[in-house]
Design a protein around this ligand. Sequence first.
Ligand code: FAD
Length: 393
Amino acid sequence: MNTVYDVIVIGAGAAGLMCALEAGKRGRRVLVLEKASKAGCKIRISGGGKSNFTNLDISAGNYLSKNPHFCKSALARYTQWDFMALMSAHGLSWEEREHGQLFCEQGAKAIVEMLLEECAAGDVSFCYDCDITHIGKAQRFELQTSQQVFSASALVVATGGPSIPRMGSTDFGLQIAKQFGLKSIPFKPALVPFTFSSGFLKTFLTDLAGISFPATVSCNGQAFTEQLLITHRGLSGPVILQISSYWQKGDAIQVDLLPGVVVEEWLLQARETHPNMNLKTLLSEKLPKRLAQKLCEQVFDCQPLQQIRHKQLQQIAHTLNEWLLFPAGTEGMRTAEVATGGVDTQMLSSKTFETKTVPGLYFIGETVDVTGHLGGYNFQWAWASGWCAGQYV
Ligand SMILES: Cc1cc2nc3c(=O)[nH]c(=O)nc-3n(C[C@H](O)[C@H](O)[C@H](O)COP(=O)(O)OP(=O)(O)OC[C@H]3O[C@@H](n4cnc5c(N)ncnc54)[C@H](O)[C@@H]3O)c2cc1C
């Protein structure tokens, strides 16, 4: 195997493959170093095996970053339509699900195969099961690995984030950043379920495990309306994963159990028209029955509507529309879909993804401090940042 290249990409994930294939198309001699035994491990398991590879509606508002403007340029230059065109050229098709999420009809593996075919067309070389033991830089980057010593004039770090450590994910990208004196923001689990105190689990949540219903959940000025799922460990479902990215330890989350319903008005009206109706029966009209029952047992007094005084009715309404809950924590990197944080965008050009202080060193994908919402946004970031770097390396 050759040891001298124009470009070495560390990580054969979504961003690394995109960067490698674009650089290969430009005639650059590209080597991808991957510590797993195959490419695209996270792509393969994404979207329940169908990969939610992008979204029809992408904007900077769908991303978290210390600098919310940083992602704009890349997302504008390589769009969801560009990735869809690439898929079409390979005979791949997609289905649209709610919130504009696109899933690959031929399955996630087909996307990895497509990227590898594009890499092959550009003569990109791969070295799998490769552990990098040292990175040196003089005129060129020199990488000592478990296999050989490789060198290149450009080094692209595309090692992703540390979520799902059982897949071998680490914070290697941030270690490289540190080695070269670049600032970064520590990784933190995101798109992750919340855990709760054992008391709240025992008295409230455990009996309701498996129940799912639409809710609006807000925290730190952000709100999402999607399905909420109660589990044996706490709360999950898309709405919880989304808000988890904005949550900091100690924060409360506000849960509207009946989005779109002004509960006080609804209760007042029901008390007029059905004074003998029990609160539990009324709540069961709009909430899962088991949840309505539990709320009436544990939180409200279950009684005929006519016996509920105005102040108590307001409290019930307040709880249903603005229930404050205090998560004990999250399930952590073990189940997080992504991680916020990464290399500080101040260190990088938003056009090329090259670092401002180390010529030839690039960071792309999840390693950079840009994290998407649930819904295909993280892959679109990986494609876009990888594509941009691929034009310049
Ligand atoms: C279960 C799950 C489901 C997901 N589903 C979706 C989805 O449907 N839609 C969506 O948009 N996002 C989804 N994501 C998030 C998405 O997978 C990531 O945001 C995306 O893969 C990031 O791309 P990346 O190229 O930066 O990193 P990755 O795709 O993680 O690639 C990094 C690569 O670097 C390699 N690597 C790491 N360290 C080293 C090292 N030291 N030496 C050599 N190689 C190394 C890794 O093995 C890996 O191959 C999901 C994530 C998970 C965990």
